[in-house]
Design a protein around this ligand. Sequence first.
Ligand code: NAD
Length: 268
Amino acid sequence: MSENLFDLRGRVALVTGAASGMGRAMSLALADAGAHVLMVDINAAGAEATAAEARKAGHLATATSCDMTSIPAVDELFARLDRDLGRIDFLGNVAGEAVRGRPEEISLADVQSTIHNLVISRFYCTQQAGRRMLKQGRGSIVSIGSLASITALGRGHIAYSMGMGAVVQMTRELSTEWSARGVRVNAILPAQVVNPGLEKRMAADPTLRDRFLSGIPAGRLGTPDDIKGLALFLASDASSWITGALFPMDGGNLACNAGATMGEHWLL
Ligand SMILES: NC(=O)c1ccc[n+]([C@@H]2O[C@H](COP(=O)([O-])OP(=O)(O)OC[C@H]3O[C@@H](n4cnc5c(N)ncnc54)[C@H](O)[C@@H]3O)[C@@H](O)[C@H]2O)c1
C-alpha cells in the first residue's frame, strides 16, 4: 500500500479557539487523521465538548482552558504541553477577537486590544511553539488571517484589517527565518464563514447576507468544516514543500473583480 501523506499518527497538535467554529473543525480534522490534539479555548466547557467528541470517535484529544491574550496563561499552557505531551508538531492559531469601529471614532484602547489579540498574542504563542519545533527540526504552523489581511472590508474593520495584515507579514517573515530549519509557516485567509457573531450581524442587517454572496462565485457562505481539508493538508507531509503561502478559503471571492458577472447571468 502506498504511504499515506495525510497520516498524523504520532504527531501532537495544539489548536486555539477549539470550542467553536474553525478551531473546532480544525481540531476534529487533525484528531481524525491520528494526531493527539491539545484543544485550547477560553471557553473550558466548549473545548472539553470538542475533545469529548473526538475521543468518542476513538481519537486522541485533551482539552484545556487558556486565555490566549494572557502571556502568563500561555506560559502555563506550554508548560503543560511539555509535561503532558512532550512535543508539538502543529500549531493552529485560530482564536483572535477584534473590536470594530469607524476609523474616525474608534478608541486607541480598542485598536490596541485588537492588535494585542490578533498579533501580539498569536506571535507569542507562535514563538513558544516555534522554539520547540526548531529544536525538533520539524513543525508546521498555520494562522488564520482573513481576506482583510490583503484587501479592505470597510464597515468598521480598520483595527481588524491592520491586525490581520500583520498576521500575513508574520507568516512570511517566520517562513523565511524558520523553513530551512524544518518549520513551515502558512496562513489561511477565509471570507465569510458562518459563526454566531456573523449570524447576529446578518440578522441585524437583512441586506448583509446578499451583499456577501454577491462577491462569492461559489454561491454560498463558508462553513467551519470548509477548513478541514486545508488544515489537514498543511499539518501533514502532503504539504512538505509548502511554506510562506497564503491560502484564500473564500468560494472564489478574492479572484473575482468587483465588477465581474458571476455564473450564467451573462446569458440574460
Ligand atoms: N468567521 C469568519 O467569517 C472569519 C473570516 C475570516 C477570519 N476569521 C477569523 O478566524 C478566527 C476564528 O473565527 P471563527 O469564525 O472560527 O470564530 P468563533 O467565534 O466560532 O470561534 C472563536 C473561538 O475562539 C475562542 N476565543 C476567543 N477569544 C479567546 C481567547 N482570548 N483565548 C482563547 N480562546 C478564545 C472563543 O471562545 C471561540 O470558541 C477569528 O480570529 C476570526 O476573526 C473569521
